[in-house]
Design a protein around this ligand. Structure first.
Ligand code: GDP
Length: 445
């Protein structure tokens, strides 16, 4: 579902990712492409406008984060805006109510309402081990009641029988009474859909809603309907109280725009997505995960997250400043640097990512450094005198022996560390401006 949007967005964003500077021009170009990608994915025009305005505002006035490149910062802004537009954190189902917790399923005919009810019934059963009852109030099609009965057997959940001779409100009343008497935790009510929205359907659902006072009313929406689904949801939302949306058939060739528009237009969260015909083809809708899927730049996104979560900004900034001011890179700095890099996935990860083409860097022997090796480095440096740390050149034979003894290591280990220090110092010299933060941000010199 998200393939097309993903391809277009990542194509435009990759162009800006390594820009050292965000200028009005390159922001403008990228924003134009993002806008086009969203419109082609069938995102509602007003939503695209708001989205673009927000990204523009944030990109122009963005706060410089010392460890991200401006390009990475821009991708982060787009990602955050995607999350906001889809509803930030997932609101799973609210079942915290005196039983039975009633969930009403509403929507047009053929959108996947009955299938979604069975999928969600099964999900609740497996996740919460609740006692569940399901009922159909679709008196217009005998086949609809039968279909739900068959599904209830498949998911091994109790079914409350109803017939086309009854009226929906009576069926609802009886089902609630039965659920109370038999101590069911959850009652799922299927309602009748129509091919188009009509007053009779709205009145009927409204009466069932008033009588049953559901904790959740889920509007089922077919993602293949694109913009029509958004318009339909808008009307349902105006006339009835809706607590959330289930987006079905996302495995189909549908455009992804609908996932972005729904929350903006209705103000209601998408709670689940249907991903296939099978009863297990259901996913909880996590805006952040979907935003990552839409952006499709897993490498870039994970790096941004790693940097933000793990790197100690103040240490990086102090070190960068020192190096910029021509401060002599010493073993204390070396230790800080290794620790920071360890935090963002180890030096191997870092070197692979940024220095692939730089053959001399690939040969650095500490690229396989693990936690144990880092402890060793720390022990060796701790056994040095302050003077030795600041001027490692003075570390010769007898000093090496003393340091190895003090740190419980071998002279070869001390030699190796000093060699690695020289290697990294060479790299630091090459990267004159930006220092460590530039390395961490991934700019090749
Ligand atoms: P209802 O009339 O709204 O109750 O719709 P149904 O539940 O009967 O579903 C209509 C059709 O859509 C059926 O053939 C379902 O198998 C199919 N369907 C429902 N959800 C999905 C989904 O997430 N993916 C796919 N591919 N098909 C789905």
């Amino acid at each position: 579902m998200f393939n097309n949007l993903t391809q277009r967005l990542s194509h435009s964003l990759r162009k800006i990712i390594n820009k050292g500077r965000l200028t009005e021009d390159n922001i403008k170009d990228t924003i134009r492409e993002v806008r086009k990608a969203l419109l082609e994915a069938d995102v509602t025009l007003s939503v695209v406008q708001t989205f673009i305005d927000n990204v523009k505002k944030k990109a122009i006035g963005y706060e410089i984060n010392k460890s991200l490149t401006p390009g990475q910062e821009f991708v982060k802004i787009v990602k955050n805006e995607l999350i906001v537009s889809m509803g930030e954190k997932n609101n799973s189902l609210n079942l915290s109510i005196a039983p039975p917790a009633i969930i009403l399923f509403i929507g047009l005919q053929g959108v996947g309402k009955t299938t979604s009810l069975a999928k969600i019934g099964q999900w609740i059963k497996n996740k919460y081990k609740k006692k569940i009852l399901i009922v159909s109030t679709d008196i217009y099609r005998a086949a609809a009641i039968k279909q739900l009965q068959i599904l209830s057997k498949q998911i091994e959940v109790d079914f409350f029988e109803s017939s086309t001779n009854e009226i929906p409100i009576e069926i609802t009343k009886k089902a609630i009474h039965h659920a109370q008497k038999k101590l069911y935790d959850v009652l799922l009510i299927d309602t009748a859909g129509r091919l188009h929205i009509d007053q009779k359907m709205m009145d009927e659902i409204s009466a069932i809603q008033t009588l049953s006072n559901p904790i959740e009313t889920l509007l089922i929406v077919d993602s293949m309907m694109g913009q029509d689904a958004v318009n339909m949801a808008k009307i349902f939302n105006k006339k009835l109280f809706i607590s959330g949306i289930v987006l079905t058939k996302t495995d189909s060739d549908s455009r992804s725009g609908i996932a972005l528009s729904m929350r903006y237009i209705t103000g209601k969260p998408i709670k689940f997505i249907g991903t296939g015909e099978k009863l297990t083809s259901l996913e909880i809708f996590h805006p952040e995960r979907i935003a990552n899927r839409i952006l499709g730049m897993n490498d870039v996104i994970s790096l941004i997250e790693d940097i933000e979560d793990n790197v100690d900004q103040s240490q990086v900034q102090t070190l960068t400043k020192k190096i910029k001011q021509g401060h002599n890179f010493n073993l204390n700095d070396f230790l800080i640097q290794i620790k920071q890099m360890q935090k963002i996935g180890g030096l191997n990860y870092f070197i692979d990512k940024f220095f692939k083409q730089n053959s001399s860097s690939q040969n650095i022997s500490f690229s396989n450094m693990d936690k144990h090796a880092l402890n060793k480095v720390e022990a060796i440096i701790s056994s040095m005198t302050p003077k030795e740390r600041l001027q490692p050149v003075i570390i010769k034979g007898s000093r090496k022996r003393r340091i190895a003894l003090g740190s419980g290591t071998k002279i070869q280990d001390v030699n190796k560390l000093l060699k690695n220090f020289d290697d990294i110092k060479r790299i630091m010299k090459k990267i004159k401006t930006g220092g460590i933060s530039k390395i961490i941000r991934g700019i090749k010199n």
